[in-house]
Design a protein around this ligand. Structure first.
Ligand code: CP
Length: 312
């Protein structure tokens, strides 16, 4: 693959290869040494048109750990503010010969469009409600390291599914790896046509969480609700917020995940988020760096073995 635009385009063996390499990078990151040279001499540019803490920081750190020259465009201070389009911005950066562009954009499909216009590898760091592939990969690595496998698990994804690119990428990945996905949330926050995804849908947390291995909580993504119905946070917490009573319906060794950013007291009780016996939220952040190192390393290896593509 020239780019990483979505889990949709990955085969199960590619996911396994990527997670195996990411495991090696976890070991490197935990060692005192921390440096590889897989991206030495290459230029990585981050273009984040939406806010980010985890994804942007981990791509920067991943690039630096592999020896790349890393530049994060301050998009709020860029010429986008003077009316320059996404494509013209991309063409401008493309003329500076970067090797990797990491792009987050509020519109679904914008990253794939941009990828058609540039010569370098493009990584989707989240596009609208569509996909957030490296998030699903880091979630998969966290699950595999904790549960010892990615197949035959029961995974509940809970809350605002309709607006979540994290949910969509995780559903695609878990289906490919032969785990079962349950979606739990209010009908107003379920996407239409969800049955096509081969998932079970619940609107009751206790029913949906029964005997699951993994509980993945999502935030209410108000920035994508486009003036539509926004539930009251108090009511939402009462019915769908993860507390110890609702969690007791999952398996006794079920892990609790959250991609962040997290709203304590809205979708999750702060005590559960901080419970090191159940919550793997900080491990997810750690896996984010390793997965992004592995992804960029493999993309660059693939491109070295392909004929050079020049976009007119
Ligand atoms: N999970 C995630 O994408 O977090 P950020 O928005 O902070 O990057």
């Amino acid at each position: 693959n020239r780019h990483l635009l979505g889990i949709e385009h990955l085969a199960p063996d590619e996911i396994t290869t990527l997670l195996d390499l990411a495991d090696d990078y976890v070991r490197l990151n935990r060692s005192g040494q921390k440096h590889g040279d897989a991206l030495a001499g290459l230029t990585l540019v981050n273009m984040f048109f939406e806010n980010s803490t985890r994804t942007q920081a981990s791509f920067e750190i991943a690039g630096m750990r592999l020896g790349a020259d890393v530049m994060s465009m301050p998009m709020q201070a860029s010429s986008i503010k003077k009316g320059e389009t996404l494509i013209d911005t991309a063409l401008t950066l493309n003329a500076m010969h970067p090797d990797l562009l990491v792009v987050r954009h509020p519109h679904s499909g914008a990253v794939a469009l941009l990828a058609q216009k540039v010569n370098c590898a493009v990584l989707n760091a989240g596009d609208g409600r569509h996909e957030h592939p490296t998030q699903a990969l880091l979630d998969a690595l966290t699950i595999r390291r904790t549960k010892g496998r990615l197949h035959r698990l029961s995974v509940a994804i809970c809350g605002d599914i309709a607006h979540s690119r994290v949910a969509r990428s995780n559903i695609l990945l878990l289906n490919k790896m032969e785990s079962r996905v349950r979606l739990i949330g209010p009908p107003t926050l379920m996407p239409t046509g969800i049955a096509e995804f081969g998932v079970e849908v619940f609107d009751d947390m206790r029913e949906g969480l029964k005997d699951v291995d993994v509980v993945m909580m999502l935030r209410l993504q108000k920035e994508r609700m486009d003036g539509g119905f926004i539930p009251s946070e108090r009511e939402f917490y009462h019915r769908y917020g993860l507390d110890s009573d609702k969690l007791s319906y999952a398996k006794s060794d079920a892990i609790v995940m959250h991609p962040g950013p997290m709203n304590r007291g809205v979708e999750i009780d702060g005590t559960i988020a901080d419970d090191i016996n159940r919550s793997v939220i900080q491990e997810q952040v750690e896996m984010g760096v390793a997965v992004r190192m592995a992804t960029m390393d493999l993309l660059m290896r693939a491109r070295r073995s392909q004929p050079k593509v020049v976009v007119a």
